[in-house]
Design a protein around this ligand. Structure first.
Ligand SMILES: Nc1ncnc2c1ncn2[C@@H]1O[C@H](COP(=O)(O)OP(=O)(O)O)[C@@H](O)[C@H]1O
Ligand SMILES: [Mg+2]
Length: 260
């Protein structure tokens, strides 16, 4: 599935009715099976853009087209949030089945698909637990299993690992890379960590501070499957440096503007 974001702008109204221009004229095409990371300072409209792609937020101007084949029992998009946004009153299994219920998948098939994706994300044996009985890393895994279980054409991830400690984050990044190799999903991944973007993505798109506009697109010259040895390759280090130089002025500007 190809994602064509065509001149998308979004202006919100705040509580006092003041206009907040979150995105301005953003155009970007994500190819089928491509992994694109979006980076940009806090408040630049990254989540807004993902929500527009997911159809959860209507753009003020422009449009998003998802181009490709749809199969029944399958979602166009699925989102993984920063905090896994699980239902606390549902077991792990029932949380993963939720999206399948929404799609109208029959009960036996729901059970099978939920188990399959819990196994894929390393959660076999935890089906009957509740979210509060899990670590943060495990909850994020449930969020990933839930998103993958609906077999989305496009997987949208909004800073999915940013609330985790560094070691857990690193492990889940590796798991995500393995899952990507297996499922070949088209992925749009929001992060504010440059290293993470370079490590995971085929292409990194830099957004300006608010209103978010596409400042630059940096292709990542690293082959797949990714290996840890690549973390010290000139291609990795060079891309990180290039991105930081692009982002630095924006980040400084955003920092000065940030409300106290
Ligand atoms: N529902 C909303 N109503 C009003 N303003 C919003 C809403 N959602 C986001 N915003 C504002 O739009 C801007 C972009 O937000 P967001 O997309 O969450 O940025 P990011 O994910 O890059 O931090 C911010 O200034 C934010 O306060
Ligand atoms: Mg956000």
């Amino acid at each position: 599935m190809r994602v064509v974001i065509d001149r998308v702008s979004k202006t919100y109204a705040d509580r006092r009715g003041q206009a907040i221009e979150a995105l301005r004229d953003v155009s970007l095409t994500v190819e089928s099976e491509e992994f694109v990371a979006l980076v940009g300072p806090s408040g630049c409209g990254k989540s807004t853009l993902l929500n527009v792609v997911a159809g959860l937020t209507r753009p003020s101007a422009g449009a998003v087209e998802l181009e490709g084949d749809f199969a029944p029992g399958r979602s166009a998009t699925a989102m993984v949030f920063q905090e896994s946004a699980l239902f606390p009153w549902r077991t792990v299994q029932a949380n993963v089945e939720f999206g399948l219920e929404e799609l109208g998948v029959a009960p036996a098939e729901r059970v099978r698909r939920a188990r399959e994706h819990l196994a894929l994300t390393g959660l076999a044996g935890f089906e009957t637990r509740y979210p509060h009985q899990l670590s943060g890393g495990m909850r994020q895994r449930v969020g990933i299993a839930r998103a993958l279980a609906v077999d989305p054409a496009v997987l949208l991830m909004d800073e999915p690992f940013s609330a985790l400690d560094a070691q857990t984050r690193r492990l889940l990044q590796e798991e995500l890379l393995t899952i990507r190799e297996r499922t070949r999903k088209t992925i749009v991944y929001v992060t504010h960590t440059i290293q993470e973007a370079v490590w995971l993505a085929d292409r990194v798109v830099v957004l300006s501070r608010r209103p978010g506009r596409v400042l630059a697109t940096v292709p990542i010259p690293l082959g797949r499957p990714r290996t840890e040895a690549q973390l010290v390759e000139p291609g990795f280090v060079g891309a990180v440096e290039r991105l930081w130089s692009l982002i630095k002025a924006e980040a400084l500007g955003a920092l000065r503007e940030a409300p106290a």
